[in-house]
Design a protein around this ligand. Structure first.
Ligand SMILES: CC(C)(COP(=O)([O-])OP(=O)([O-])OC[C@H]1O[C@@H](n2cnc3c(N)ncnc32)[C@H](O)[C@@H]1OP(=O)([O-])[O-])[C@@H](O)C(=O)NCCC(=O)NCCSC(=O)C[C@@](C)(O)CC(=O)[O-]
Length: 298
């Protein structure tokens, strides 16, 4: 099952003890989104595993998986020990038919203590749907989190949510979600990002685009999945840092990799790394986690 390792998150715990670390305002979305950390850690080196199979995995299935199967999957993932599960998204079923039924899923899953269930919302309508559900079904609220996602590039953003990056930044529902979070810490917000590899060379090289894109990735705790580090990433400044991580084994490819980067890793590089600093992250290319701990992109 798909999962992502992320070294940072934006999400507050739902009905847990008060968050121990809350951080700076996220300017990437109009200075309204506050970055916080769900997991207390005594060390700067930690990895959160986010199980995204029920959302990111199943949305890629050709056929639509019925809600009861999703519910069973999510229940089993929770029982198996996954602590953060992306359980669905309140998106348009015309765009992503596989995510239809998310409300039913959210209502009927077994809410395990200590497990966080995330739901993507792309726009006002998605947020309203989710908030209405929360008011109608109070049992959905504990452990639920709203994940607001955006993209690093106009191309990705338009293709994904039909808005440019700038338009995405100005969306009112982000402020509304943040207001909900402030009024009721059980509703939380987060964010996702698009892949560095989706940026064109021009976009990567343009200061504004780079800062915009990477800033969003950083500030939203970008969780894009990728393989390897694309050319040029290591030259982007001090955001690359070799973390102490266990070498992971990829079941499918049978190869190891140790790739966790402070910026997006992606599949765009097919060249072996010559830069020693990048060697560590130029593994044979299995799933890698992304993004660091709130450092601004230079
Ligand atoms: C955002 C929109 C809706 C804009 O799409 P649009 O076509 O611009 O929206 P619209 O406002 O014109 O509405 C079109 C129709 O959709 C309906 N609609 C509109 N919104 C909703 C909603 N929330 N829930 C249910 N229905 C909705 C709306 O009511 C209308 O229905 P009609 O009047 O034609 O019958 C569309 O682009 C969309 O749904 N995109 C979803 C994209 C998506 O879910 N992508 C997958 C998640 S992101 C991802 O996978 C990459 C990532 C994040 O994983 C990478 C990473 O992890 O790093």
């Amino acid at each position: 099952m798909a999962s992502r390792a992320v070294s940072s998150r934006l999400l507050l715990p739902a009905r847990r003890a008060a968050p121990t670390r809350s951080s700076r305002i996220l300017s990437a979305l109009g200075s309204r989104v506050q970055r916080t950390y769900a997991t207390e850690t005594s060390s700067s080196n930690f990895v959160n595993i986010v199980e995204v199979g029920p959302r990111d995995g199943l949305q890629n299935e050709k056929s639509v998986i019925p809600p009861e199967t999703k519910i069973e999957l999510i229940n089993r993932l929770g029982r198996a020990g996954m602590k953060i599960i992306e359980a669905g998204s309140f998106v348009s079923p015309k765009w992503v038919p596989q995510m239809a039924g998310t409300a039913e899923v959210a209502t009927k899953i077994e809410k395990l203590p200590g497990v966080t269930y995330q739901y993507l919302v792309p726009n006002e309508k998605g947020l309203s749907t989710f908030l209405n559900l929360l008011s109608q079904e109070p049992d959905v609220r504990p452990g639920s989190e709203i994940a607001i996602f955006t993209a690093a590039t106009d191309a990705f953003s338009k293709a994904n949510t039909n808005v440019t990056v700038a338009e995405a930044r100005g969306r009112k529902f982000v402020a509304r979600a943040d207001q909900e979070r402030k009024e009721d810490e059980m509703v939380d917000i987060g964010g996702l990002s698009s892949r560095y590899s989706d940026m064109t060379e021009a976009e990567r090289d343009g200061d504004e685009k780079w800062n915009t894109g990477a800033g969003i990735m950083e500030r939203l705790g970008g969780r894009a999945v990728g393989r390897r580090v694309p050319p040029g990433v290591s030259q982007r400044g001090p955001t690359l840092e070799r973390p102490e991580v266990e070498t992971a084994e990829d079941e499918n490819e049978g190869e190891s990799a140790r790739c966790i980067s402070d910026v997006d890793c992606s599949s765009s590089s097919s060249q072996p790394a010559s830069d020693p600093e990048r060697q560590w992250s130029e593994g044979p290319g299995i799933f890698v986690g992304v993004c660091g701990r709130g450092r601004d992109v230079p």
